[in-house]
Write a protein that binds this ligand. Structure first.
Ligand code: MRU
Length: 361
């Protein structure tokens, strides 16, 4: 990704000056869109905190962050019990996105057979490979998604309007994004696209993050309140919906940011194609019923009760929007049943949900 004319990924390792130890840098997503800041992470504990507080977020990125969390843990103590303990704590740091468990299990598979002395280097190497692979998977998703947008553009000869929810762009991955990878591929190919960005309460990942990264890349976009999605579909202003996912069942149920299900219902009612862009580490082949089998993360009531933003005087502040003592529920994800999904865009191609299990593994 290009930010202020400089090439970035969302996460990268650094050699710490004067020691053999490494640290990890991340773009701090709690500060965007108002402040672009890179945070340094020096320990397993700091990485767990960065995942829980959502300095890093988005399913593929928290997988990559967890892999680097294991590397930081090995640097502290490469013994078996510390490795197992780090793995358990990382997996528990956020329950819904399966990429986190996938990445930690992959690290365990590589590290457990090794001697303690060789684990540190192997852990840094494997985490870097996971990141490089994420970039390649997302590029492939971009190309397959482009093959859906291109014919529509040729047929319509006008701007193609794509609605997305939450942030499934560069910021949610190591680079390129999943749902936004086809958008970037189309924009780069000279196809006129415009993105409707749902604000995505309560944390506003659409308004704060998706709008920011689309602007960095020069892609035309318009932010709408979450409640406006159905209306603009009714008005014929949406050609397709593309969202990301935190976990997809082998049967094509899609778990993604809360509010995705409502968008899918509205799209279904208007026969608007609804796609989920999903790299293979997001598919949980072991489950078949998303509603029954996926744990939905319940987050702090504070996310609903308080909103953060920039005041007219430039200061960043939080304001409370609820009457004192109001009860709050804050489920962070929902499940869209396969019957509402037109296709799942993966690195191997686009699959109807019921054919996802024919995908190469
Ligand atoms: O709670 P978040 O911000 O981590 O949720 C992110 C999403 O729901 C994304 O849509 C999903 O992880 C796909 S990211 C490529």
């Amino acid at each position: 990704m290009i930010v202020n004319d400089q090439q970035y990924r969302t996460i990268w390792p650094n050699e710490a000056l004067g020691t053999n130890a490494k640290t990890v840098s991340v773009i701090d997503q709690t500060k965007l869109p108002h402040i672009f800041e890179v945070a340094q992470i020096d320990s397993l504990q700091q990485m767990i905190s960065a995942i829980k507080t959502m300095q890093v977020r988005g399913a593929p990125l928290i997988g990559a962050a967890a892999a680097y969390g294991v590397a930081l843990a090995m640097q502290q103590d490469a013994g078996d019990s510390h490795l197992q303990d780090a793995a358990t704590k990382l997996i528990q740091s956020r329950p819904t996105a399966v990429n986190l468990r996938w990445a930690v299990q992959r690290m365990l598979k590589v590290l457990l057979p090794l001697t303690e002395s060789s684990r540190i280097q192997a852990a840094w190497n494997e985490a870097a490979i996971i990141c490089d692979e994420d970039v390649l998977l997302n590029q492939a998703i971009g190309e397959h998604g482009l093959s859906l947008i291109k014919p529509l553009y040729t047929k319509q000869s006008r701007t193609i309007n794509i609605l997305t929810h939450c942030n499934a762009g560069w910021l949610a991955t190591v680079d390129y994004g999943t749902a936004l990878a086809p958008v970037y591929a189309a924009h780069n190919a000279g196809i006129a696209v415009r993105v409707w960005v749902g604000e995505t309460r309560p944390r506003n990942q659409g308004a704060s993050l998706t709008a920011w990264e689309l602007a960095q890349h020069g892609v035309p976009h318009t932010v709408i309140s979450d409640n406006a999605g159905g209306h603009i579909m009714q008005q014929g202003e949406v050609d397709m919906v593309i969202v990301g996912a935190d976990r997809v069942t082998g049967t094509g149920d899609v778990c993604n940011k809360i509010g995705t299900y409502l968008k899918a219902l509205a799209a279904f009612d208007h026969a608007i194609p609804f796609y989920a862009a999903v790299p293979s580490p997001t598919i949980d082949w072991g489950i078949t019923d998303g509603l029954k089998e996926i744990e939905i993360e319940e987050r702090d009531a504070r996310e609903v009760a308080w909103m953060s933003g920039r005041l007219a005087n430039g200061e960043i502040a939080e304001v409370n929007i609820l009457p004192a003592g109001t009860k709050v529920a804050n489920p962070a994800f929902d499940v869209t049943p396969a019957r509402l999904i037109t296709g799942i865009i993966t690195e191997h191609g686009v699959y109807a949900p019921h054919q996802l299990n024919t995908m190469q593994r």
